[in-house]
Write a protein that binds this ligand. Structure first.
Ligand SMILES: [Zn+2]
Ligand SMILES: [Zn+2]
Length: 411
């Protein structure tokens, strides 16, 4: 993983074979290059958190409506979700926009670029449908709150994927993988309760909840030696007491627990909870642990979609990438990918040198180079959508057959 580089950022066509699809899709995107960049910049300049992406939502829905898409704002009764559609009938192919940011570090996951790519791919596919009169639907879905809020999980529960045959999205990264595995992820909190007392005058009267929290953190750090290399556990202290001269009565932590599959995740979560319990016993505290939100499932990338994407990527001149690989991050797209066939390529920006979720990556998410690379990737995504639409029912059933096999293997 990592280190892969892209050769160029151009959207020009490098090969003759099947040049027509590439020409139509890239032509439509090229024409809107400046406005797509402006749209992305507007989202980047106004970082908004989970379910509060009001500016991004307006920018994206206004733009898609102006470009001739039928737009459902506040889709599925979620204020900052949307659905934009063009065309009619089957296949119905969905591309995804994410647009939420991170607290204090802004667009350090580059979701403004994901929106840019989703909208650009949508425009490219729309142009192809208009040019050829082919039957089929392109859906651009606006999915809020990826960073911990599980927007896609809420959308699934409210029927957003009804009638959609498959969904695809792209995500910027410091590396290049077409079929990345992402971990399943659960969040949980733990709160320890002890007894307050003067920390100097009567410490023996107190029961220290902060000690319990520190012990829980330490227990889990010791557990790491027995953890598989693919497992991840990480936390922040969310309450460590109020004043040094009061023995803390309450202390709490917020944990993320990740593993490659749901069953491994359950194994790891049980070990983590045992560490909490041991800390409570040792200090004489009581403890309460609760899940936060819903579990993000591991991503299942469809190999037929992956191969088509790869062929299109190569046609546009990109040859330097990894086809598949393990990634220890997570995404609520995992839940989408286990509902309908999906693809979630990671593409390289920032020269492969800058880690996501760091302040410098927020800078990378708004460079001219990153915008250009995003549109190249969006062209690839759009061409892959066109491949699916052109393949019709026959291709659709092959993709679904593969999906069923993958899902059966997960059980
Ligand atoms: Zn992120
Ligand atoms: Zn992200």
């Amino acid at each position: 993983m990592g280190g892969a580089r892209y050769k160029n950022c151009r959207t020009q066509i490098m090969a003759e074979k099947d040049g027509f699809v590439a020409k139509v899709v890239s032509g439509a995107i090229e024409k809107e290059k400046e406005s797509l960049k402006a749209l992305s910049h507007e989202i980047w300049s106004n970082p908004e958190l989970n379910y509060e992406e009001v500016i991004a939502h307006k920018v994206l829905t206004d733009y898609l409506e102006a470009k001739g898409f039928a737009v459902d704002r506040e889709f599925c009764n979620i204020k900052t979700a949307f659905r934009a559609r063009f065309g009619s009938g089957s296949p119905n192919v969905c591309v995804i926009c994410e647009y939420d940011a991170l607290p204090t570090i802004g667009h350090a996951c580059g979701h403004n670029l994901i929106s840019e790519a989703g909208v650009a791919a949508g425009l490219g596919v729309k142009a192809y449908l208009e040019t050829t009169g082919l039957t089929g639907t392109i859906t651009v879905l606006g999915t809020p709150a990826e960073e911990g809020g599980g927007g896609k999980i809420l959308l699934i529960e409210r029927g957003a994927l009804k009638g959609i045959d498959m969904s695809m999205m792209v995500h910027p990264a410091p590396f290049e993988i077409i079929m990345p595995n992402h971990l399943s992820c659960a969040q949980l909190t733990v709160e320890f309760t002890g007894k307050a007392a003067h920390a100097a005058a009567f410490p023996w009267e107190g029961v220290n909840a902060l000690d319990a929290a520190v012990l829980a953190y330490t227990n889990i750090s010791l557990l790491r030696q027995q953890m598989k290399p693919s497992w991840r556990v990480h936390a922040v202290f969310t309450n460590g007491g109020t004043k040094p001269n009061i023995i803390p009565e309450k202390a709490s932590l917020h944990y993320y627990v990740r593993a490659p599959t749901s069953s491994e995740l359950e194994t790891l979560r049980a070990k983590v909870v045992s560490c909490f319990e041991a800390a409570a016993t040792a200090t004489g505290c009581t403890m309460k642990t609760e899940p936060v939100g819903k579990i993000y499932k591991n991503v299942v990338c469809n190999p037929i979609l992956g191969k088509m994407y790869e062929r299109n990527y190569r046609q546009l001149g990109v040859t330097d990438y990894e086809y598949s690989g393990d990634l220890t991050a997570s995404t609520d797209f995992g839940n989408f990918s286990q509902e309908v066939p999906g693809l979630h390529p990671r593409y390289c920006v920032g020269g492969g040198k800058v880690a996501t979720h760091s302040p410098p990556f927020a800078g990378v998410a708004n460079t001219l180079e990153s915008h250009a690379k995003t549109l190249l990737v969006a062209t690839t995504l759009g061409m892959t959508c066109v491949d699916v639409l052109k393949g019709g029912e026959k291709l659709l059933s092959e993709i679904k057959e593969e999906f069923d096999k993958q899902m059966a293997a997960l059980k």
